[in-house]
Design a protein around this ligand. Structure first.
Ligand code: KIV
Ligand code: ZN
Length: 526
């Protein structure tokens, strides 16, 4: 009897820890809907103690999920973290608290300033017991398990199982491991830890050596029945195991692994685009499963083979992962009903009439410009609408002239943080520089532009251009802005204004946090 492997998605928690990938509450709900369509077993919704915003977001996600999946909140092995997490999860139908602490010599010596293994175990046991007072489902993570001596790790895992953990997570936090050794590590635990057969063993691998997927599979081969992963492999530093990779590997090699998942792979392409659109972290073209080139055959020999039979060079049919392209096309003649229905099918339900009318107007503008509106365009349009909902700075108009031998000049009209409207013209070394200078003159928020990328949403000369801009605040925090439009200079201006709005919102939140009556503090980075 094949083993069911639970897919634990942490896009909204570890994924959000990617530099500059922070998502707002609405965006997290859009991603949650997509995760539900994929059929994930567990959603790690956030780290409730980290901010009132994260607390509320975990609640909203839990309400949206109902009984469709387990909703998990992260904590350190700290009493207040656990209490706050339990509070946030009160509304969840299937709550799980994910608590833990480091076990490796590096973590004990430096992060916990010389804590002994026994002290760490006591703290882990305390955390599990406290979490079990609130919920029946408690997952324990032994942070940096990939670098811990086997005996130390086994001792900690055995103690937390005795204390009531229902899931034990063995993370390779630093992405240090190699698959054959990581597999051996899981196997050692399976053979040496009393009670391990009664709990779920989970693996949570990072991609610092490009092996996160292989590590997770090695874990599954040796007894793990839960894999923690993210869409597009988003995550801290080099990222986490990519859900699309590990699920497809299990699908193709399920017989060898004696394992299967219940994920719907047809959602992968859509999920990937959605997450990259919202997080602003682009997917490399040669990324497995969801990269733009994942199913493109360019050499003559390969094309010849594929024409004769696709199986010569394709191990997965593009349509199996939803990569065959959208078949449904809307046009300017599509009415309200057709648009609403398509948006609902794409996961944008619960739109009020007032909001829908705004979206419909934007849709008509888009359809007039580009004739055919694909699902990808609709996702882009919806992200654009969501981005501007709580904006402080509003872009009213932009006009950019450039060319040879013109001096690139931008005229920008914007509403500032005090509701005043300004029109400013500036020049620059190129059109984007001119726009950047003009917006800066109005907004006057110090920052450094550290990344600028432009990508087309679909193919064709009339495609929508999506721009991602990352800016760095004077304190080193990075903010990502996105903007989409048929004109990339307009997309660029929208992206910059969006990044400025996010920077402004974060600065306001930081101020509010100081005043937060609950006295919660921002935890150190996990
Ligand atoms: O990488 C890691 O160890 C983590 C834990 C918090 C599970 O993200
Ligand atoms: Zn992690």
């Amino acid at each position: 009897m094949a083993r069911k492997i639970d897919i634990f998605d942490t896009t909204l928690r570890d994924g959000e820890q990617s530099p500059g990938a922070s998502m707002d509450a609405q965006e997290k709900l859009v991603i949650t809907r997509e995760l539900l369509r994929l059929g994930v077993d567990v959603i790690e919704a956030g780290f409730p103690v980290s901010s009132p915003g994260d607390f509320k977001s975990v609640q909203d996600i839990a309400k949206l999920c109902g009984d469709k999946c387990v909703v998990c909140g992260l904590t350190r092995a700290v009493e207040n973290d656990i209490d706050v997490c339990a509070d946030a999860l009160k509304v969840a139908e299937r709550p799980r608290i994910h608590t833990g602490l480091g076990v490796s010599p590096q973590h004990l010596k430096y992060k916990f300033r010389g804590m002994t293994l026994d002290e760490a175990i006591d703290r882990g046991v305390m955390a599990v017991k406290r979490a079990r007072k609130y919920v029946e489902d408690v997952e324990f993570y032994a942070e940096d398990a990939g670098r811990a001596p086997y005996e130390d790790l086994a001792k900690m895992i055995e103690a937390v199982i005795k204390a009531g953990a229902t899931v034990v997570n063995i993370p390779d936090t630093t992405g240090y491991s190699v698959p054959w050794e990581f597999g051996q590590r899981i196997n050692y635990l399976m053979e040496h830890v009393d009670g391990i057969e009664d709990v779920t063993v989970s693996v949570h691998c990072h991609n610092d050596l490009g092996m996160a997927t292989a590590l997770s599979l090695a874990g599954v081969m040796n007894g793990a029945t839960q894999v923690e992963c993210t869409i597009n492999g988003l995550g801290e530093r080099a990222g986490n195991t990519a859900m699309e990779e590990v699920v497809m590997a299990i699908k193709l090699h399920g017989d060898d692994l004696d394992a299967y998942t219940t994920i719907d792979p047809k959602e992968f392409t859509r999920a990937s685009k959605l997450v990259s659109g919202i997080s602003g972290v682009s997917v490399q073209p040669n990324k497995a499963i969801v990269g733009a080139n994942a199913f493109v055959h360019s050499s003559g020999i390969h094309q010849d083979g594929v024409i004769k039979n696709r199986s010569t060079y394709e191990i997965i049919a593009p349509e199996d992962v939803g990569a065959a392209g959208s078949k449904i096309v809307l046009t300017a003649r599509s009415g309200h009903h057709a648009l609403r229905q398509r948006l609902e099918e794409l996961g944008y339900s619960d739109l009020t009439d007032e909001r829908f009318e705004k979206i419909y107007a934007a849709f008509l503008e888009m359809a007039d410009r580009k004739n055919q509106v694909y699902d990808e365009d609709l996702h882009s349009l919806m992200s654009e609408q969501d981005r501007n909902k709580n904006a402080i700075y509003k872009l009213d108009a932009v006009q950019i002239s450039c060319g040879q031998p013109l001096i690139p000049t931008a005229t920008v009209t914007m509403t500032d943080a005090y509701g005043r409207t300004h029109t400013v013209s500036e020049y620059g070394v190129g059109p984007i520089d001119a726009m950047y200078n003009a917006v800066n003159k109005i907004v006057q928020e110090e920052n450094e532009l550290i990344e600028y990328t432009v990508q087309s949403v679909t193919r064709g000369v009339d495609a929508i251009g999506e721009v991602t801009m990352r800016i760095m605040a004077p304190n080193g925090d990075v903010f990502t802005g996105r903007g989409s439009d048929g004109d990339v200079t307009v997309s660029s201006t929208k992206a910059y204004v969006n990044a400025l709005n996010r920077m402004h919102a974060a600065q306001m939140q930081a101020k509010n946090r100081e005043k937060d009556k609950r006295g919660r503090t921002i935890p150190e980075h996990i």
